[in-house]
Write a protein of this length. Structure first.
Length: 205
């Protein structure tokens, strides 16, 4: 499941994105809050889940630019208060070090989000290995470990490596996923309590 890594020195915390709509804040705790559409106030920084044509999740960040500042001052020639200055206060969000000037951005895995006055956050699309019912499909699926068919509804584990995603049996009598230290196809660890492989510890000084 996708999650946001948030930093509260000296620890990183993975906050699971279990809904479709969240607000991000530099002044609230927790800094990531699930919301409904009716709860999102104008001007808030919003993270929204969308689904592409293949059924995959995409995450869109919306950060409306701050309103321009309006300043008045005395005209240096006649002393009247009729001088007006419109000035942008600058962006409130940076993505990977670049200011978000367009108001919206499609995020990618490991993108850094920085808000003014706050510690950085990172989006991660990494998922953990877990036992679940095999959903089945249009064609038979074979376990890469034992080479036997995985029946729909059978307890199984899908490799969390995005370049693999192969399903393995994991029943009491056929624990193919944990049979070896790594996936039958790739180098993904099969420990069900191994935790996340990527934590942004060395990304931020």
């Amino acid at each position: 499941m996708a999650h946001l890594w948030t930093y509260s020195p000296p620890n990183w915390t993975a906050r699971l994105l279990t809904g479709d709509l969240f607000t991000l804040s530099a002044s609230e705790e927790p800094p990531v809050r699930p919301r409904t559409a009716d709860e999102v106030a104008t001007g808030r920084i919003v993270l929204r889940r969308t689904t592409d044509s293949d059924g995959g999740d995409n995450w869109l960040l919306f950060a409306p630019p701050p309103p321009p500042l309006l300043e008045t001052g005395a005209d240096p020639e006649d002393g009247d208060d009729n001088r007006t200055l419109f000035a942008s206060p600058g962006p409130s969000v940076w993505i990977n070090g670049w200011p978000l000037l367009t108001g919206a951005r499609l995020l990618r895995d490991k993108d850094e989000i920085r808000m003014e006055g706050a510690e950085p956050m990172f989006l991660s699309t990494e998922v953990l290995a877990r036992v679940s019912a095999f959903p089945g499909g249009a064609r038979p699926a074979f376990c890469p470990r034992c080479r036997q068919i995985i029946e729909s509804g059978t307890p199984a584990v899908q490799c969390p490596n995005p370049s693999c995603r192969m399903w393995h049996h994991h029943t009491p009598d056929c624990q193919c996923w944990t049979y070896a230290a790594t996936c039958a196809v790739c180098d993904q660890s099969t420990a069900l309590d191994s935790g996340y492989r990527w934590i942004p510890e060395e990304t931020v000084p």
